[in-house]
Design a protein around this ligand. Structure first.
Ligand code: C2O
Ligand code: CU
Length: 548
């Protein structure tokens, strides 16, 4: 493969992605940042200069498995120390599979300030996709807050709790439109005619077929995406080919990517709306709008119609139906192991711990140690984190997932799951009622360092005897991010075959911040010598591990 070299400078700038001016974090002046374009088996080198002045950073390459380079996963506290202001850090990794991936900040909450982008990995020349299209395009969907990430994070960790609330707008490829005449908006901060917030335009030639890669990096929202008057055929997700199916609207959760095929086969004399709307929360956030522009109509000409409304926010059945429709494409099936060596059931609950509102897995609310796990484990610094393993299950018999629980018995911990190398592990994510009555949320869980097979989804409490009988052992899709629906469960299977230490967490930024995550270790003895560039914090300060 070739070497793809990028030089990035990360810094704060004033921008108005939704017409409202605020501080954003940009890469080389842009948010979303530049798209990484590579071919399968290329080596990507990113020289990252942190010019944030007072803030640390680390970037995670979401969906890239980092085989042989677990130290470049970009997960602060897990695989590396943060990159200090003024420092330059070099990431170097191989993109071993074609598909659509993401990158984003993975330290505190700066992903929400705009530090994110796409990775597109093409097939090598001469190899073709199992579907055809004329052009390849991509967009990232996001939600957008006007408060700074500092204010949001401080609210989340305060007593009384300060919830971040619903986002102010939805962005389509970095552009949204907040209503500047909203009462209370300081004049001068919001300018509806600022070109930075003119709607994103996707121009198409009549009759042509487009592969549209759609990725979501929302902070909170689950989304529905549609293009007025056009069907979409789903063909890829998270780097794996999907047995094609047609949708009018696509549900997409934070951390997921999809490729859909769209043919520009409608009346070519006009433009159409592309719309995102929030699902799974009764949100006040207005829909995100972009223009699907038929060439040669003017790209800024508004479609003559009212943008289509999305599905109702609480229609869990349609969302579950889409999840169940996603199967591996015939001819590209990676059969899953038919049995597993270990089953871990993870009850997802909202909790109150010493007055703080937190999220927990089996009553353990996650927090990071000050010395990254990868370094602590490799250098046997046992005192760095709690060595008692977290529980493999919860009290299935007595815990009622359907009722509001006081949940005051959870604890904070930084302990981790240690997996036998090469073993097959099943994870069952069990959703439950939150601390509010009649409320259960949607959680998209993302696994670092692996793809997993999606074995099944179901409603209610997972039954250990009957539900595994319904697993898809034939053609399950492989993914790196999967949603768990309200009051439902999702079962996944993966092989612990990638030596390293890997985060597994809810991709909702505030949920992870509030403890909704775990860490897996596998094959630590097979991890090569760690680069000293990942050290410098906690017990690795002062070059403790520098080799002469
Ligand atoms: Cu895209 Cu650990 O996240
Ligand atoms: Cu969550």
């Amino acid at each position: 493969g070739k070497i793809r070299h990028y030089r990035w400078e990360v810094k704060y700038e004033y921008k108005s992605p939704d017409c409202y001016k605020k501080l954003v974090i940009s890469i080389n002046g842009r948010t979303p940042g530049p798209t990484i374009e590579a071919e399968q088996n290329d080596t990507v080198v990113v020289e990252l200069k942190n010019s944030l002045l007072t803030e640390n950073v680390a970037i995670h390459w979401h969906g890239i498995r980092q085989i042989g380079t677990p130290w470049f996963d970009g997960t602060e506290g897990v695989t590396q120390c943060p990159i200090l202001p003024g420092d330059t850090f070099v990431y170097k990794f191989v993109v071993d599979r074609p598909g659509t991936y993401l990158y984003h900040a993975h330290y505190g909450m700066p992903r929400e300030a705009g530090l994110y982008g796409l990775i597109r990995v093409a097939l090598p020349p001469g190899v073709s996709e199992p579907f055809s299209y004329d052009y390849d395009r991509s967009i990232i969907l996001n939600d957008w807050y006007h408060k700074s990430t500092y204010e949001q994070a401080t609210g989340l960790s305060s007593i009384p709790f300060g919830w971040v609330g619903e986002p102010q707008s939805l962005l389509i490829h970095g552009k949204g439109s907040f209503n500047c005449s909203t009462p209370g908006i300081q004049s001068g901060l919001c300018n509806a005619t600022n070109p930075e917030c003119s709607p994103y335009v996707l121009t198409v030639v009549p009759g042509k077929t487009y592969r549209l890669r759609i990725a979501s990096l929302t902070a909170l929202s689950a989304l529905s995406f549609q293009i007025e008057g056009h069907n979409m055929t789903v063909v890829e997700t998270d780097g794996h080919y999907v047995e094609p199916f047609v949708v009018k609207n696509l549900f997409i959760y934070s951390g997921e990517t999809y490729s859909v095929l769209i043919t520009a086969d409608q009346d070519p004399s006009r433009n159409y709306w592309a719309v995102t709307n929030v699902v799974s929360r009764n949100s006040t956030t207005p829909n995100g709008l972009a223009i699907f522009n038929y060439y040669p109509n003017h790209p800024k000409r508004s479609p003559p119609t009212v943008p289509p409304a999305g599905p109702v926010w609480n229609d869990v059945d349609s969302r579950l139906a889409q999840s169940l429709a996603i199967r591996a494409r015939q001819g590209y099936i990676h059969p899953p192991p038919q049995t597993s060596d270990r089953v871990i059931v993870m009850l997802n609950t909202q909790n109150r711990i010493n007055g703080h509102v937190r999220w927990s897995v089996n009553n353990v609310s996650f927090n990071l140690p000050h010395t990254p796990y990868l370094i602590a484990l490799k250098h046997k610094l046992g005192h760095v984190f709690d060595q008692t393993p977290p529980p493999d299950g919860y009290d299935f018999v007595n815990y009622d997932i359907f009722i509001q629980q006081p949940n005051v018995n959870a604890t904070f911990s930084n302990s981790i799951y240690r997996l036998a190398f090469n073993s097959t592990v099943d994870i069952i994510l069990q959703n439950a009622n939150t601390m509010n009555p009649n409320n259960s949320e949607t959680h998209p869980w993302h696994l670092h360092g692996h793809d997993f097979w999606v074995m099944g989804h179901g409603e209610g409490k997972f039954d250990m005897y009957s539900d595994p009988q319904k697993y898809n052992l034939v053609d399950p899709i492989m993914k790196n991010t999967v949603a768990v629906q309200p009051y439902g469960w999702t079962a996944m299977r993966f092989r612990a075959d990638n030596p390293g230490v890997w985060a597994f967490h809810c991709h909702i930024e505030s949920h992870f911040y509030m403890g909704m995550g775990v860490v897996f270790e596998e094959g630590i003895d097979k991890v090569g010598e760690l680069p000293t560039s990942i050290m410098g914090c906690g017990d690795t300060r002062g070059g403790t591990f520098h080799k002469p």
